[in-house]
Design a protein around this ligand. Structure first.
Ligand code: ISE
Length: 341
């Protein structure tokens, strides 16, 4: 591999296009050389925006291309398995957006396939681990200064989502970030999930359970509460409160004075702005994530969340979707981490 990492991006929808701009404009040590998308017009338009970028029709051709050293997979989760497998077969590093795949079995196949390669190649796109506030929270918890971590309360609100965003997607595509945050902060697996269905907002698409409140029981017995509300009609709010024996740490707190209300028309404010969506709120986290991936890849290493983290998150999401359907707590059954059986 030359000095500069030649990067291909698969999927140039919202997230892939955002990563393309990031690689071209803000990340050092890497160069965007190819993109691929089933919407070939979209891929061509993006390739034309930047110098030296080719649009390839077939994502697997992009992976196999001799001029591509490493791949960002920003396509929908349903096609991740074959694309990650292609990267593993080609011995190429990949940064794969969440979810790793759509079900535990296929995610486990990827964990096994990577292990068979004999060295880690895949970083999962759980960008919150790279957000400076979450990273500092993790460091603070690790320092022991606040004592043992007892509880975590997560809030995750989106302004809006497309009509196709179902109740299950609220679990698999949104709550999955809280799944990773809980595992990251506790350094433990989630043992059980319960998803409650409160009265929905009148802004919810017909039949969609929004907001949702879920409870994770961690393997060591601690509890994590989560509110996910994808149509709050105001803006993007993500907060995490970690309650310890001798203090509390809060990430994503609005700056300035105590807020009154979020609704603009009653004059409330956060003492600052409310970002419109995750690309703004986590812009720095994404920059740091992709930079860390480029740097690690150039050293031949993987940092940050792994395929195991992607697998565990997928299994918890499956349990969450089962609980959403039944209203009952659902246990999480993971493979043995050593033997993968
Ligand atoms: C989206 O797919 C993301 O990954 C965002 O981070 C999350 O906040 C949003 O709810 C999801 O739809």
């Amino acid at each position: 591999m030359g000095n500069e990492l030649r990067i291909g991006i698969i999927g140039v929808g919202l997230m892939g296009a955002d990563h393309a701009e990031r690689v071209v404009e803000r990340v050092s040590g890497g160069r965007l050389v190819a993109v691929s998308d089933p919407d070939t017009a979209r891929a061509t338009a993006l390739a034309e925006r930047y110098e030296g970028v080719r649009a390839l029709a077939d994502p697997l051709d992009l992976v196999a291309d001799d001029d591509v050293d490493a791949v960002v997979i920003a396509s929908p989760g349903v096609v991740h398995e074959e694309q990650v497998l292609a990267c593993l077969a080609a011995g190429k590093h990949a940064l794969c957006e969440k979810p790793l795949t759509m079900d535990g079995e296929s995610s486990l196949r990827l964990v096994r396939a990577e292990r068979e390669v004999g060295r880690p190649l895949v970083q999962l796109g759980f960008m919150r681990r790279f957000d400076p506030e979450y990273a500092r929270m993790k460091e603070l918890l690790g320092s022991g200064r606040l004592g043992r971590l007892l509880l975590v309360h997560n809030t995750h609100r989106n302004k809006d989502v497309p009509d196709s965003f179902s109740s299950e997607m609220i679990v698999r595509d949104s709550l999955v970030h809280e799944v990773d945050v809980a595992r990251f902060l506790f350094d433990e697996e989630i043992a059980e999930v319960t998803v409650h269905s409160p009265t929905p907002t009148s802004a919810a698409a017909p039949g969609v359970v929004d907001p949702q409140v879920s409870v994770f029981r961690m393997a060591g017995g601690a509890v994590v509460t989560n509110e996910v509300f994808v149509r709050n009609q105001v803006g993007y709010e993500v907060r995490c409160e970690a309650v310890c024996e001798r203090g509390t740490a809060i990430a994503g707190r609005p700056w300035g004075d105590l807020y009154t209300t979020q609704a603009r028309d009653v004059g409330g404010s956060w003492g600052g702005g409310v970002p419109a969506d995750f690309r703004q709120r986590f812009a720095l986290a994404y920059d740091l994530e992709v930079q860390a991936w480029v740097d690690a890849t150039r050293r031949g290493e993987v940092v940050g969340p792994t395929t195991w983290d992607g697998y565990a998150a997928t299994v918890v999401s499956e349990a969450g979707m089962a609980s959403l359907a039944s209203g009952e707590p659902v246990g999480v059954r993971l493979a043995d981490r050593e033997t993968l059986s």
